[in-house]
Write a protein that binds this ligand. Structure first.
Ligand SMILES: [Zn+2]
Length: 129
C-alpha cells in the first residue's frame, strides 16, 4: 500500500520534471509530445526491482504506446538513458537492480514527503494544477 502511494506521487514528479514550462513532455523512447497528464511514468528496468524502482535515472515520461510494449520499448530506452546521463549508465542501473533494497515504512514516508514537495514546486513553477 505504501509503495503504491509513493509510486503515484513519484510518477507525477517524473512527468512534471520531464515537462516543459507549459506541461508538455517528450516521450523518452519515441519523441512524441503529450501533456504531462496523458503521459505515463515509464521505468527502464522493471518495477519489481526495488533498488532501481525510484531511481530518477530509471524513470521518465513515456507515452502510453511505448510504455505498454513489453519492457517499455527497452532498446530505445537503454539508448536514451545512456545519451542523457552518459555511456555506461544503463549498465550501472542493471547492476544496481540486482542489489537487495529493503524499504521500511519510514523510507516510504521520507520519499513521499520529498517527491510530494517537488510536485508542488513544479506545479507552481509551471503554473499548472
Ligand atoms: Zn512513445
Amino acid at each position: 500500500v505504501k509503495d503504491d502511494e509513493l509510486w503515484k506521487i513519484f510518477s507525477q514528479y517524473i512527468r512534471l520534471r520531464d515537462s516543459d514550462s507549459t506541461g508538455y513532455c517528450i516521450c523518452i523512447t519515441c519523441s512524441r509530445v503529450y501533456f504531462w497528464k496523458e503521459m505515463q511514468c515509464g521505468h527502464g528496468i522493471g518495477r519489481q526491482h526495488m533498488a532501481t524502482k525510484y531511481d530518477e535515472r530509471n524513470n521518465h515520461a513515456q507515452c502510453k504506446t511505448c510504455n505498454s510494449f513489453e519492457g517499455g520499448n527497452e532498446d530505445a530506452y537503454k539508448k536514451a538513458v545512456d545519451r542523457k546521463y552518459g555511456a555506461g549508465t544503463w549498465e550501472q542501473l542493471e547492476l544496481k537492480a540486482k542489489t537487495v533494497c529493503k524499504m521500511g515504512a519510514n523510507d516510504f514516508l521520507i520519499l513521499q514527503g520529498y517527491f510530494g514537495a517537488q510536485v508542488k514546486l513544479l506545479l507552481a513553477d509551471k503554473g499548472l494544477n
